[in-house]
Structure formats: structure tokens, C-alpha cells
Design a protein around this ligand. Structure first.
Ligand SMILES: [Zn+2]
Length: 428
């Protein structure tokens, strides 16, 4: 049943997904209750409050010293994100749970060492009419003040499109704390169009979802370290724009990872994982490269896809909210072509990786991984090895192994994209 609505949904996705991308940012702030290690010198946020009405709402954060900040608005759902250097939140219990005026509620927390974030959920479209950091005066502490003004959706979307897209560069993702970011509200200049092919690197798991675990090493950390090494490697030659689905210990739902790839019109999506075999199933070793298929290539591939797809359940994502696979003849065709490319890349990748690391005895497999289901982005999932295997685990924690293996992946990506770009003609 090739429903028109579904096709529209897919076509509309370019727009919607751009917004969905910001889930990276939104989710980041969900780490709020993971009590950070508090250095004594951190600024302290002691209170936050709202004032005003549904036309103009003011958000005020009290601090014991001024901090630099960056604030920007995002759509679908409407919200304002405020990035600040790491602060020690000592707000009264329940702060942010309820709203006022244009603000539904707000959350806050540490998003990475050195960076904190406040996410303000809005009742509707609003612009940041004013923002300032006020010095302590008249018995009042230093205050970060935002004034939010009601606007219509059209105005909101226009202001978003003229701003540099914060999504493409998660505010703190490059490791520089917000302190380095200039206060840019809301007049950010449009970014120069970047026509380079986009490679999306997707370190699996994150946040509450640890992935597999062994010897005190969690998969989520191992694959993040690997993903960052691969990013650095790819960025060295400057030929690609590299987008990470996460750069810190954040939970990202599987569908959002796919949306990131699609909204960026990625040329390639590479998901990074590390497997584990239960003790009673013996020992296995080496890297395996997976592509998507409706039917698993063998029982182990099926088991693994099931395990990896459980990430959403662990993270509390309600799967009934997620659109199911789009069934449409056009999408079918796109998908078939995409799978051909995915398989081509998987073979190239195996050819390169086997020079750098040991591979599983059956290194190319397929199964129904949710994260590989973008119909228009060639996608593979790499299980770097087994954390349950001593030798593999030694590799996974080794920096020289990581760099060598990331280097081999970068070479395969180069070979794959060189060929694709040659056949596709010059980039537009
Ligand atoms: Zn995994």
C-alpha cells in the first residue's frame, strides 16, 4: 500500500529531520542527574525563575559570578538551548518542573566536562528578544537573563534559516567549553555553504545505555573513543564534513541517529559497536561488518541485531511513537540502490580493515538493525571486536590499535567516496 501520506512524510522529512537533529542537543541535557564531579572553583547557579506572560517571558538564572553563554532557539518541539561553561547547579528541588508564559518547563545539566546546558521547552514559537549577563548589583547576584517574545511560526522558521544551524555543530561538541563561544544571540552569521560530502559517524549506545560490558570497560566508551579517532582521521584531509551522532556520554535514540544521517544528506553512515558473547556460547573474536537486511544472514547476526535494537528500550524510548518503515515503491527503489552501495562499502571496508586488525571468521553479515534503515544513506555497522574476548578487549583499549584501525577505515571511506563522487559528477 503505497500511501501518498507516507510519501509526503518522507519528502517532508528533509525539513522535519533538520529539527530532529537537535535531539542531539536536547538529549544531552538529560544527563542532568548524573551528579558531576564538582570542582570547588566552578560557578554556582543558585536559583532560576520565570516572569512575564505569554507575550513576553523572562528567564533568570542566578549565579555567583558572571559566565559566558550562547543561546539559540530550535523548532519541533520549540525550545531554547543555553550553553554555559560547567556550573554547579544548586537550584531548589523542582526548579524548572513547571512553566509560565511562553515556557512550559526547563531542564539543566552537565553535557560534557566543562560544559553545562539549559534546555527551555516552549509552549510555542518564540524568539530571543534579549539576552544578557548582568553583574551583581544592589544586593542581587550575577544573573543570566533571557527575554523570550512570542512570534508566529513563519517568523520563527525564517529566523532559524538565516542563522547558522546550531545542529550541524552541537554547541560543545568540539570540546571547547562554552566559555570559548562568543555570546551570539540571536545574530549569528549564516555559515558558508559546505558542499563537501557528509560522513556520519555513530558511536553506539551512550548515557543510560552502556552497551556490552567486560572487565570494567563499557562498550559505549570504547566506541566513542574510536568514533572520535575516526573523525579526527577523516578531518585531517579536509575532504569531508564529519558529523557525529554523539560526542559525549549521551543517550541518542536509534531513530534520531538515522534522522541525523538523512537530514544531513549524508554520503555514508558508519555505526561503531563492540560485541560480546555470553560465556556459555564460547569465545569469538575479530571485527564484523554488518549491513541491513530483512532477513538475518545467520542466527548470530539475528541475535546481535536484536541486542543492538534494544538500545531504545533501555533508554526509555517509546517505540510506538516512531513511524514504522516507509512502504512505498519509490522508497523501495531508493532502498535497493542504497543497499547496493552499503554492500560495496562493506566489502571495501573489510579489504582495508583486515590489514589493520583481525576479522571475525565470517566478517560480512546482515540483519535488521534499526540504525541502518535510512532508505537513502549507505549505512554499515561495524562491530570492532568482542569485549568478551581477552585479545579483542586488549585491542579495544589500545590507542595505537585504535589509530591504526581508524586509519584503515578512513582509507576505505576515501576509496568508496572517491568512486561515488566520480560517478555522481562534481558536487553541487
Ligand atoms: Zn552495540
Amino acid at each position: 500500500m503505497a500511501s501518498h501520506a507516507k510519501r509526503r512524510l518522507l519528502l517532508g522529512c528533509a525539513l522535519l529531520c533538520a529539527a530532529a537533529l537537535s535531539c542531539v542537543e536536547l538529549n544531552s541535557a538529560r544527563a542532568e542527574n548524573q551528579a558531576p564531579v564538582v570542582a570547588p572553583s566552578l560557578p554556582v547557579a543558585s536559583d532560576a525563575r520565570l516572569a512575564g506572560d505569554a507575550k513576553l517571558t523572562r528567564f533568570v538564572l542566578d549565579l555567583d559570578k558572571p559566565v559566558q553563554f550562547r543561546a539559540f532557539a530550535l523548532a519541533d518541539p520549540y525550545r531554547v538551548v543555553v550553553d554555559i561553561p560547567q556550573v554547579n547547579f544548586r537550584l531548589p528541588a523542582g526548579t524548572g518542573a513547571s512553566g509560565r508564559g511562553l515556557v512550559k518547563a526547563f531542564r539543566y545539566g552537565l553535557v560534557l566536562p566543562g560544559g553545562s546546558r539549559i534546555v527551555i521547552d516552549l509552549t510555542g514559537p518564540a524568539r530571543i528578544a534579549n539576552s544578557s549577563m548582568l553583574d551583581a548589583a544592589n544586593g542581587q547576584p550575577s544573573r543570566l537573563v533571557l527575554e523570550l517574545q512570542e512570534v508566529d511560526r513563519e517568523t520563527f522558521m525564517q529566523s532559524m534559516s538565516t542563522e547558522a544551524r546550531p545542529e550541524s555543530k552541537p554547541a560543545l561538541a568540539d570540546g571547547s567549553p562554552a566559555a570559548a563561544a562568543p555570546k551570539s544571540v540571536p545574530a549569528t552569521k549564516p555559515a558558508a555553504p559546505d558542499a563537501r560530502p557528509v560522513v556520519v559517524i555513530d558511536p553506539g549506545h551512550g548515557g543510560v545505555d552502556n552497551g556490552t560490558q567486560s572487565g570494567g570497560e563499557a562498550e559505549k566508551n570504547l566506541v566513542l573513543a574510536f568514533g572520535l579517532a575516526l573523525r579526527d582521521r577523516l578531518e585531517q584531509n579536509g575532504k569531508y564534513r564529519v558529523v557525529m551522532t554523539r560526542t559525549d556520554d549521551t543517550f541518542i535514540p536509534l531513530n534520531d541517529r538515522v534522522k541525523i544521517a538523512r537530514s544531513q544528506s549524508a554520503a555514508l553512515f558508519v555505526s561503531i559497536h563492540a560485541d560480546a558473547l555470553p560465556k556459555h556460547e564460547g569465545d569469538a573474536q575479530g571485527a564484523t561488518i554488518y549491513t541491513v537486511s530483512d532477513k538475518a544472514s545467520d542466527a548470530e547476526a539475528e541475535r546481535l541485531a536484536e541486542a543492538e535494537n534494544r538500545a531504545d528500550a533501555i533508554g526509555g524510548v517509546n517505540l510506538t511513537d516512531e513511524p514504522t518503515e516507509v512502504a512505498d515503491i519509490l522508497i523501495d527503489l531508493a532502498q535497493r540502490e542504497t543497499r547496493t552501495f552499503s554492500n560495496r562499502f562493506a566489502r571495501l571496508l573489510m579489504g582495508e580493515m583486515k590489514n589493520a586488525t583481525r576479522m571475525h571468521k565470517h566478517p560480512l553479515k546482515s540483519a535488521g538493525f534499526r540504525v541502518l534503515k535510512a532508505p537513502d544513506v549507505p549505512s554499515v555497522l561495524v562491530e570492532l571486536g568482542y569485549v568478551s574476548n581477552k585479545g579483542d578487549l586488549d585491542h579495544l583499549v589500545s590507542e595505537s590499535w585504535r589509530n591504526r584501525t581508524a586509519g584503515s577505515m578512513a582509507q576505505a571511506i576515501d576509496a568508496f567516496l572517491a568512486k561515488r563522487l566520480a560517478t555522481a559528477g562534481p558536487a553541487n
